[in-house]
Design a protein around this ligand. Structure first.
Ligand code: ZN
Length: 138
């Protein structure tokens, strides 16, 4: 067998040994927080679909009300922290479900806007970014 054929053979063997392309399984890192503003609880849920196809809302397992998809990065306040839950409720009711908001500053590019820390800040935030609000059926 000449060198050419050996290489050819090795290449074929190599190809056969190549692992099949892996089907990407979305793991728990793609779980989203579904928060119920009524119960002041948040549950992480994972669905077998692309994150962009996740539902906006689901039924709250506790009160059967509406739990809102607040994405991967939502950190639920303590259940006893009424002020923070009020802020979350205010934001959600005005179409801010912790989606990432970008703001252009000067001409130097887009910056990620931080979410407000208090209800007072939330009111300013909603007024300032109202064109970025999303509509969800609550
Ligand atoms: Zn609930």
């Amino acid at each position: 067998m000449d060198k050419q054929s050996r290489m050819e053979l090795r290449r074929k063997v190599g190809l056969r040994d190549l692992p099949k392309p892996q089907v990407k399984i979305l793991g728990p890192e793609y779980a989203m927080s579904f928060a119920c503003l009524n119960c002041k609880t948040s549950n992480m849920r994972h669905f077998d679909k692309a994150p962009c196809d996740y539902p906006d809302t689901m039924e709250c397992p506790i009160c059967n009300g509406v739990a809102v998809n607040l994405g991967r990065h939502f950190k639920p306040p303590k259940k006893s922290d009424d002020a923070q839950w009020k802020k979350v409720k205010y934001l959600v009711e005005h179409g801010f479900v912790f989606q990432t908001i970008y703001e252009q500053r000067d001409d130097s590019g887009y910056y990620k806007v931080s979410y407000p820390r208090s209800l007072a800040e939330a009111k300013e935030f909603v007024a300032k970014y109202k064109d970025k609000a999303v509509s969800i059926a609550l």
